[in-house]
Design a protein around this ligand. Structure first.
Ligand SMILES: NC(=O)c1ccc[n+]([C@@H]2O[C@H](COP(=O)([O-])OP(=O)(O)OC[C@H]3O[C@@H](n4cnc5c(N)ncnc54)[C@H](OP(=O)(O)O)[C@@H]3O)[C@@H](O)[C@H]2O)c1
Length: 259
């Protein structure tokens, strides 16, 4: 069967993910971002140097695929207000179901599993792209485009994607917050945060070779109660103390030590 090729893309949103997708798509010669739409003219300015830009009501009708990278809470409303009929519209969220998108469009999901900030450059090649589509032919087209961007393309339903996003919050958002708490502790001792960078690097790197369960070290893993008590005494901030206790207990529980 002949599938029409979807080469004209419209990006909706001008934030972190839109920026990264835009940069990656510009590298693909057979794909063209014909327009970037967003509500903020200042945020559209960067994209305007390379392609057409517009406010949301002026969205182009010429796109084959509409990639919507807007905040989770606004996906439903923004999609409902887009003057699009029968177009393939996908969002990029890990936690929002496909059904949040307007029924007036053919719906899908294009979720990149990575942490993106506008000012950080990274290749999408190693980034898992998690795809979902209501229509099987649309899924084929999303796969074709995703394969141009990444070597790790997955077809994942909304429920699995929710679990994946939850796991990513633990692996990324929570560990990053722990780095922040570490920084606070170091600042209290007039020590620079970058002293921890080799340790942080090796903690992540060794997961290429061993499972997180095998990789665990530290006082809670060894059940060194004296060290744990001393650390708890050092912590003056109540929240830091709670986090330390909660995580130590979780580690002790995992390795079968008595609480
Ligand atoms: N950042 C990540 O690491 C990451 C990774 C994977 C997936 N995602 C998903 O990708 C999506 C975008 O995330 P992001 O990090 O790119 O967010 P972001 O940088 O905060 O950008 C959000 C975009 O949504 C627009 N927006 C917000 N409310 C709007 C409204 N009511 N009407 C029109 N536009 C509106 C913003 O416009 P203004 O600038 O005018 O506010 C901005 O262009 C989210 O679904 C997120 O879950 C993010």
């Amino acid at each position: 069967m002949y599938f029409c090729r979807m080469n004209k893309l419209v990006l909706i949103g001008t934030g972190n993910v839109a920026m990264h997708l835009f940069r990656a798509l510009r590298e693909c010669q057979d794909l063209e971002v014909i327009q970037v739409v967003g509500r903020d003219p200042a945020a559209r300015a960067y994209f305007g140097s390379y392609t057409d830009t517009a406010a949301l009501p002026e969205i182009s009708q010429q796109g084959d695929l509409y990639l919507m990278a807007v905040s989770d809470d606004t996906i439903a409303t923004v999609s409902r207000n887009l003057p699009l009929e029968g177009k393939l519209l996908v969002h990029t969220s890990g936690s929002v179901p496909l059904e949040a998108l307007t029924e007036r469009c053919r719906r899908g999901v294009f979720y990149p599993l990575q942490t993106f900030s506008k000012n950080r450059h990274l290749s999408l090649r190693e980034v898992p792209l998690c795809l979902e589509a209501e229509d099987s032919q649309d899924l084929v087209q999303l796969q074709r485009i995703a394969n141009r961007l990444s070597d790790r393309v997955y077809q994942i339903g909304s429920e699995q994607r929710r679990q994946l996003h939850l796991a990513a919050v633990f692996a990324n958002n929570f560990t990053n917050h722990l780095y922040y708490l570490s920084q606070q502790i170091l600042e209290g001792a007039s020590l620079p945060f970058d002293m921890l960078l080799p340790l942080i690097g090796e903690t992540a790197a060794k997961l290429q070779d061993v499972s997180p369960h095998e990789a665990q070290t530290g006082p809670a893993r060894r059940a060194d109660e004296g060290t744990i008590a001393a650390h708890r005494q050092l912590l003056k901030d109540a929240t830091q103390k709670d986090v330390y206790t909660l995580l130590s207990n979780s580690i002790k529980q995992t390795y079968g030590k008595k609480l």
